[in-house]
Design a protein around this ligand. Structure first.
Ligand code: 2AM
Ligand code: CA
Length: 268
């Protein structure tokens, strides 16, 4: 992608994310409708929907040739990553949004011909914006983030886990995950994949393992983590697939290898 085009795209995306954040903060203490999707704990609100519609309108009016892959279905039926594709989660961490009214993020990843160009994760209630532009590093607000250290050992690491990993009948061997809980310094579960990626990029978490994530959950985080030298792969060591669900291992290079070798055992 041409540098000037990428720069303008980044400016626009940032403005729209901030505007969407303003709208969410305006609505958060009002009554909003909460529905369920695939199961009783899979929540969606009018705010998720109106936020995605806002992105849809902005993207289509400024960039009619771009595609939008969005969680709430107001985008396109994206079948390939050819051209420019916006992968948007209007609210990542909807359960936190509903129950806690904090700890959720807007997540926007922009890909061109399959290459991650721009990643933006906005922690709406803390007003912290994480950004990454390919080849230019990652930022937390105006502060450039350091490259991840490969010195850190698993025994002194904090690893974020999606809690369903420790349950039986999942795709990974839960006993190995239980061992990881013992062997690492500590584990956390924040309930927003986008924020969990951002926290690794920031260096306040050392890794993240999670069951099936949708592309919009990690599209921005993947770009952010790339820019600080982090590794994001599927649990079977294959590259992530931005068009389907992935079981994800994200961390610095050294911890990534250790997690994949010692703690991830896939079930049939
Ligand atoms: P969401 O809030 O946008 O649904 C919580 O552990 C993380 O997993 C959140 O990022 C959440 O995103 C995501 N998540 C929750 N349910 C999911 C599902 N059924 N498929 C994929 N991701 C999910
Ligand atoms: Ca969401």
């Amino acid at each position: 992608m041409d540098d000037a085009i990428r720069k303008k795209l980044f400016q626009n995306a940032k403005v729209w994310v901030y505007e969407a954040g303003d709208k969410i903060r305006e609505q958060i203490h009002q009554q909003f409708k909460v529905d369920t999707k695939s199961n009783a704990n899979d929540l969606v609100t009018e705010v998720d929907q109106s936020t995605e519609q806002y992105f849809q309108k902005q993207i289509k009016s400024h960039y009619p040739n771009h595609q939008l892959l969005g969680e709430e279905g107001y985008g396109d039926n994206v079948q390939s990553l050819d051209g420019t594709v916006w992968i948007v989660d209007p609210i990542d961490g909807t359960m936190n949004f509903v129950h806690q009214k904090r700890n959720f993020a807007i997540s926007v990843g922009i890909y061109h011909d399959g290459v991650g160009e721009i990643g933006i994760i906005y922690n709406v209630m803390e007003d912290v914006l994480y950004t990454a532009v390919k080849g230019e590093g990652a930022f937390r607000n105006d502060k450039k983030l350091d490259l991840l250290s490969n010195e850190v050992q698993l025994e002194t690491s904090i690893i974020a886990l999606n809690s369903s990993l420790a349950c039986e009948n999942k795709r990974v061997n839960e006993r190995k995950i239980q061992q990881l809980i013992k062997d690492s310094r500590g584990t956390r579960s924040y309930g927003s994949a986008a924020l969990e990626f951002a926290f690794i990029a920031e260096g306040i978490l050392d890794g993240y393992i999670t069951m099936k994530l949708a592309p919009w959950d990690f599209a921005a985080g993947y770009i952010l983590l790339n820019e600080v030298g982090g590794i994001t792969v599927q649990a079977n060591r294959e590259p992530v697939n931005l068009l389907e669900g992935n079981t994800i291992v994200a961390s610095n290079k050294q911890i990534s290898e250790r997690l994949l070798t010692d703690y991830i055992e896939l079930k049939e």
